[in-house]
Design a protein around this ligand. Structure first.
Ligand SMILES: *[C@@H]1O[C@H](CO)[C@@H](O)[C@H](O)[C@H]1NC(C)=O
Ligand SMILES: *[C@@H]1O[C@H](CO)[C@@H](O)[C@H](O)[C@H]1NC(C)=O
Ligand SMILES: *[C@@H]1O[C@H](CO)[C@@H](O)[C@H](O)[C@H]1NC(C)=O
Ligand SMILES: *[C@@H]1O[C@H](CO)[C@@H](O)[C@H](O)[C@H]1NC(C)=O
Length: 381
């Protein structure tokens, strides 16, 4: 049932595209997709105000990413008290799983994987390059390798160039919601579809259900992190972006999911600049491709021709419409619940909940203004 509604949404987006593309006889202006333009479509596309080169104020504490130091039981204990014993737990949730840290010791790069924020896409770009040129491989952090190079956690962190990605918290939450239930083989009975409204009040609900009722049983539950899967795909990202104080950034460069191409291109320039004077090969641009976004990339293929926007970025914005649909369906309560859950992330990204202008109650009002995809419309004029 859930599948069919997603499919219909997908079809309606594509058909809107095809209609508008075929309606335009050759030359621009091409109308942008007929997706509803309103408070919610703007909401899910707000991107981090902090991006590109940023000030790294200190290293990411080793116990947040080194598996030997990470406290495996803290989150489970927290969950046990809150969910099973139903105690009045006032401390914020600890991290459910260690941060995914990848390292390249030749280029002296560190990439912190922020789940559901284009991390697969970024890592794949390096992986592709890595196939032909071994020095370009980004490998999961290894303490042995670090020590073999005479480094400590902190000296490595301070001297390497640290990269991570950010994503709009509302889109990220909705994407995590889709992702978790989508991969459950069982979606009936106690594993039945959780309304989005319910999810927003507690994004850890799916992880709790998945573990309690084994909704993600066997096949899809692999590896030592399987129990944490549905938690870490929705949990706040700030733990893996900040120094020990929690207030300063532990990264040098932030890629915005909503502007992946633009930011990644700038990053490649920086990496290439840093490698000058060494024998390391130059990183090629234009290799980046969205993963799991094929259909949206296809749909925008012609849309952005000749316009100063990469089609992959346009695709990200178009695909975000399926997230807008969720908030439109449940209104400002969901918007506010998610903002509360991701408050620390939002503070780091310096973004605020866009003010409701009225009509954004349940079911959502539509203002019907022109939709602009990051300035495409203006450029096309
Ligand atoms: C891990 O966290 C728990 C709290 O759940 C705490 O009691 C325990 O002492 C911690 N272990 C270590 C090694 O820090
Ligand atoms: C939970 O604890 C906090 C602070 O300890 C208190 O203010 C609040 O009223 C408690 N809530 C419930 C439902 O007991
Ligand atoms: C996209 O553009 C190509 C040529 O650039 C054209 O052959 C194709 O028909 C176009 N597709 C759509 C859906 O308009
Ligand atoms: C879109 O904007 C243009 C110019 O800004 C205006 O002429 C047009 O009427 C608008 N369309 C809608 C549907 O508001």
């Amino acid at each position: 049932m859930w599948h069919s509604s997603l499919w219909q949404l997908l079809l309606s987006i594509i058909s809107a595209f095809l209609t508008t593309i075929s309606a335009s006889k050759g030359l621009p202006p091409i109308d942008l997709p007929q997706s509803p333009s309103d408070y919610y479509s703007d909401l899910v596309t707000v991107s981090s105000k902090v991006y590109g080169e940023v000030k790294k104020s200190g290293p990411l504490p080793a116990e947040r990413y080194d598996e030997k130091l990470f406290n495996q039981s803290a989150f489970r204990d927290w969950l046990l008290l809150k969910v099973v014993y139903r105690e009045n737990v006032t401390v914020p949730a600890p991290m459910s799983y260690r941060c995914g840290v990848f390292v390249n010791h030749d280029y002296k790069l560190i990439f912190i994987r922020n789940r559901k924020a284009a991390s697969t896409t970024v890592l794949d770009t390096f992986k592709t390059a890595c196939k032909s040129q071994k020095v370009m491989c980004m490998k999961p952090f290894s303490e042995e390798e670090m020590e073999a190079r005479g480094l400590t956690h902190d000296t490595m962190w301070n001297s390497y160039y640290v990269i991570s990605s950010t994503r709009n918290p509302w889109a990220r939450a909705a994407s995590g919601y889709d992702y978790a239930q989508d991969r459950w083989p069982v979606k009936t009975g106690v594993c039945g579809v959780v309304p989005f409204r319910q999810f927003c009040t507690n994004p850890y609900l799916l992880g709790t259900m998945g573990n309690m009722f084994r909704c993600g049983a066997e096949g899809s539950f692999r590896g030592d992190d399987s129990w944490a899967y549905d938690f870490y795909h929705v949990e706040p990202a700030h733990h893996c972006m900040t120094d020990a104080s929690g207030a300063g950034l532990a990264v040098d460069f932030l890629i915005r999911y909503e502007h992946l191409h633009e930011d990644f291109t700038a990053l490649v320039d920086i990496i290439n600049e840093r490698r000058k004077g060494t024998s390391l090969p130059e990183l090629k641009k234009g290799r980046i491709r969205w993963r799991k976004q094929g259909v949206y990339v296809q749909a925008t293929r012609n849309l952005t021709g000749g316009v100063s926007m990469w089609r992959e970025d346009a695709a990200a914005l178009v695909s975000s419409d399926r997230h807008a649909v969720r908030y439109r369906g449940c209104g400002v309560e969901c918007v506010n619940d998610i903002a509360k859950f991701f408050a620390a992330d939002m503070q780091l990204m310096k973004i605020e909940t866009p003010p409701a202008v009225g009509g954004e109650r349940r079911g959502g009002g539509r203002k019907g203004h022109n939709r602009t995809f990051g300035g495409i419309e203006r450029d096309m004029g």
